[in-house]
Design a protein around this ligand. Structure first.
Ligand code: FAD
Length: 320
């Protein structure tokens, strides 16, 4: 069976969820071969094996942490040479897309970014992308070289599928360009204890209807009851009620969770662009004519100050 390279996204060997989703997709196309770069493979390998990785090609080198993406591209190029894959799958993060683009160039291949689905096709993998503020879905396939495809988080379920996951050392000769851009300092982001917005299975968002920064704890309480990430509309972040890094929409982040709960958000096209591929959409809005209701699976016409505390209490009680 054909091999499919899956680039592992991890933090010190803790595999991030989008990688497990890529393994699900890789199994539709062939046999997943994971490429693990950096330290911690002993921690990651069992998890990768449990999710279908037949082999794990690993290389640890200081270059990955000390320099920007080029060392990773060198390593992936070496992996592609060893495996001759039918596709390379990368998570659609900022870094993932840069690595994928550089790799595609090196391999003389076509690149598809931000796929929301990938399926096997008669002439190679077929990717679905969501275009023009998610108003259209397009399907495409790479016609030259080894398809390099970046896939958005939450585009496939995480499915356990035991495989050998044998770890093999990958030999990499770093090129001159690998040490071109040195990382001189790092600042750890302060943890909120909540999942990363773009990866979360559930997102609870607040908009102008929340009425002020002091009321955002209502949104956070519901998010915490559900184990969700917190999002916000641009109106809310522009008013300084919540950080810009939490903005969902055309000029913010694109999310595609299993469940999106919009509270006090009208549903402007620019907001929809960032969330309308969510699997199930719920809105709480006191205006029955709000455009967000055209989009939802479940709508609550009501005042969020009454609805949210009751919802949070009900969920907390239900969880026992
Ligand atoms: P509003 O449109 O003011 O809606 C507030 C809603 O809250 C109303 O529907 C109201 O009925 C409801 N409400 C009020 N009080 C309550 C209550 N007590 N209980 C329940 N409901 C209540 N917007 C984004 O979100 N993300 C983007 O990335 C983005 N990018 C943009 C890019 C460009 C180029 C432009 C021009 C605009 C962009 N916008 C973006 C802005 C967008 O057009 C809207 O202005 C914005 O999304 C509105 O935010 P909102 O829904 O929170 O506020």
């Amino acid at each position: 069976m054909a091999d499919v390279l899956v680039v592992v996204d991890h933090v010190d060997g803790v595999v991030r969820k989008p990688t497990l989703e890529l393994l699900t997709i890789a199994r539709r196309l062939g046999e997943p071969v994971a490429v693990f770069l950096g330290a911690g493979v002993e921690r990651a390998a069992p998890v990768l094996a449990e999710h279908g990785a037949v082999r794990v090609l690993a290389v640890d080198a200081p270059q990955f942490a000390e320099y920007l993406v080029v060392p990773k591209v060198d390593a992936l190029q070496a992996a592609a040479k060893v495996v001759a894959p039918v596709a390379v799958l990368v998570a659609s993060s900022g870094e993932g897309k840069e690595v994928a683009a550089r790799l595609a160039l090196r391999l003389g291949s076509g690149l598809i970014t931000d796929a929301v689905d990938v399926r096997a096709g008669a002439e190679g993998p077929v990717a679905t992308q969501s275009a023009f503020a998610a108003a259209f879905s397009t399907t495409s396939r790479v016609s030259a070289g080894v398809p390099v495809i970046t896939v958005k988080p939450n585009s496939a379920p995480v499915e356990p599928a035991a495989a050998a996951g044998a770890v093999e050392e990958l030999a990499v000769a770093f090129g001159e360009l690998a040490t071109g851009t040195k990382v001189v300092s790092r600042t750890a982001r302060q943890s909120t204890g909540r999942p990363e917005l773009t990866e979360a299975a559930i997102v609870v968002s607040g908009g102008r209807g929340v009425g002020g920064a002091d009321n955002f704890p209502l949104i956070e309480a519901l998010a915490d009851a559900l184990g969700a990430a917190v999002g916000a509309s641009r109106a809310a972040v522009d008013a300084g009620w919540y950080p810009h890094s939490n903005q969902v929409g055309q000029t913010g982040k694109t999310v595609s969770p299993q469940l999106y709960i919009a509270n006090g958000i009208s549903g402007a096209i620019q907001h929809r662009a960032g969330m309308q591929t969510s699997k199930t959409i719920v809105a709480v809005n006191k205006d029955p004519e709000a455009p967000i209701f055209d989009l939802v699976d479940y709508g609550v016409v009501g005042d969020l100050f009454q609805v949210l505390p009751q919802l949070t209490d009900a969920i907390t009680t239900h969880k026992g």
